[in-house]
Design a protein around this ligand. Sequence first.
Ligand code: FES
Length: 103
Amino acid sequence: MTEEIPEREARAYETANGDTIFITQRDGSFYAYQNICPHLQVELEFLENQFLDQDQEYIQCSTHGALFVVETGECISGPCQSESLKKVNINVHSDGGIYLNEA
Ligand code: FES
């Protein structure tokens, strides 16, 4: 649900097929990615739901500090520069539900 994810915060979820994803809100839009760093294929967060850097500006990998653009998932700093997080397509419904777009 959108109300679970305040602006500039993120929440991890497990999908029906066992993948972990996270969803974050920025400027009223929601963005979802697989919880896998393109550097070493590990999960991004060290503390629960801590996916953003200190300024809550970028998505950050807690292992080596790579930074990713919230809107695109592109790595702009760190060992995986120019690689990207894997985007998960979601639909936000008017009732506040967030649904994975399985297509
Ligand atoms: S594992 Fe994410 S930056 Fe190295």
